[in-house]
Design a protein around this ligand. Structure first.
Ligand SMILES: Cc1cc2nc3c(=O)[nH]c(=O)nc-3n(C[C@H](O)[C@H](O)[C@H](O)COP(=O)(O)O)c2cc1C
Length: 374
């Protein structure tokens, strides 16, 4: 008989069995343990001491690693429904035993690119990063999530949430909020995973003018976005370059929403996204974001939102929208801009610099010029 429980695999990367990282991890895991629906399996990076990658190239020729100390990890990973990486920051990165494990994911990179296996791991999973650090080092967070994002892009794994306990050198300063945030993240991750009992994943379909749902997509687009924010959908509908697409969202056979995206090999940019009015406030938004991330597993997903500020007419809505994306694993980026007198900011599931953003638009203008008006 098959095991009815979903499996969360935890990569635990602190040498301290009862330190800050353990406390953060336990707050995150409590909802998984309490639900009775999850089996928690842990891999202690310090006890296991993975050998470092030798760069021997064996995984370019056969789908395996020449070293066998992580065979058990590989089996547990392929079988898992969720992955959590819990670690302290060491020198603005992961501690060496965790870094060794990340380097050993090269076998999945080679399976994908040298051996053409797509995806290199059959089952998809979401993942969360639980990070502690003595200081308040934004750069360390960027490094760690960037490293995970890269490795995960060839592991059919999407980093969809993170909880950070910063300034543990002054443990009381952020303890309560950090542990509460980790628990809240654990609650939403334990609930939202499509497992045997959970909601089915939303389906995405590319929309063309002849698609039967096209009129509903247009109607929702007009309802959800004021005229000043809308552009013609025609360039996206007619795109043949692969630089963008219009998607309809389906919960089974129920029309659940629409989205428009622009894409390059490095970024996917969600430019419009709306859930059908009768289905709002039912958790479809986060299921849709998970579906977008599954569709484009190899690139960070970027959204631009109206920046919250105290004088803004709809500041409450701006704050809620931003909190929604942050809960879903998006992070603040240094990229801000003004448009028609309103400040906007970009949030991304991976690292994003001003330069990356400019390169994205240069690529769109060069390869898909008809889409550069968006
Ligand atoms: C070798 C070493 C390097 C560290 N490097 C950093 C660092 O670059 N930035 C930082 O904010 N904290 C750094 N720290 C502090 C740890 O990240 C912090 O104390 C963490 O909360 C410890 O978690 P633990 O209790 O699970 O061990 C370092 C600690 C050690 C031992």
């Amino acid at each position: 008989m098959s095991d009815p429980k979903k499996k969360i695999l935890v990569l635990f990367g602190s040498p301290h069995k009862e330190g800050f990282t353990r406390q953060l991890a336990e707050s995150f895991l409590a909802p998984f343990r309490d639900s009775g629906e999850w089996e928690v399996q842990e891999w202690d990076a310090y006890e296991r001491q993975a050998k470092p990658c030798l760069g021997c190239g064996a995984c370019q020729k056969a789908e395996a690693c020449a070293l066998h100390d992580l065979d058990g990890w590989d089996r547990a990973l392929r079988d898992s429904d969720f992955l959590a990486v819990a670690a302290p920051v060491y020198n603005a990165s992961f501690p060496a035993p965790v870094k060794a494990m990340l380097d050993r994911t090269q076998r999945y990179f080679e399976a994908r690119f040298a051996l053409g296996k797509k995806p290199s791991i059959a089952k998809h999973r979401e993942a969360a990063l639980l990070l502690t650090m003595g200081s308040e080092d934004e750069f360390a967070l960027e490094v760690c999530s960037h490293q995970l994002g890269r490795a995960f892009s060839v592991m059919n794994t999407s980093l969809t949430g993170q909880a950070v306990w910063a300034a543990t050198d002054r443990p009381e300063e952020h303890r309560t909020e950090a542990l509460a945030r980790a628990r809240e993240l654990g609650e939403s991750c334990a609930r939202s995973q499509p497992g045997k009992e959970g909601p089915r994943p939303l389906e995405l379909r590319q929309v063309r003018e002849e698609s039967p749902e096209f009129p509903r997509v247009v109607e929702l687009y007009r309802e959800a976005f004021p005229q000043g924010e809308r552009s013609s959908l025609v360039p996206l509908l007619e795109d043949e370059t692969g630089g963008g697409e219009i998607l309809s969202l389906w919960d089974g056979e129920v029309f659940a929403g629409m989205a428009c995206l622009l894409r390059t090999q490095r970024l996917s940019h969600l430019i419009y996204f709306a859930v059908a009015p009768e289905l709002r406030d039912r958790g479809l938004g986060s299921r849709a974001l998970a579906a977008f991330r599954r569709r484009y597993p190899e690139t960070p997903l970027v959204v631009d939102i109206e920046r919250p500020w105290e004088g803004a007419r709809n500041n409450g809505q701006r704050k809620r929208r931003k909190a929604f994306y942050l809960r879903a694993g998006f992070r603040e980026t240094p990229v801000h801009y003004w448009w028609r007198g309103e400040p906007y900011e970009l949030l991304s599931t991976g690292s994003l610099s001003q330069r990356d953003w400019e390169t994205f638009w240069k690529t769109i203008r060069r390869e898909s010029p008809q889409l550069s008006e968006y």
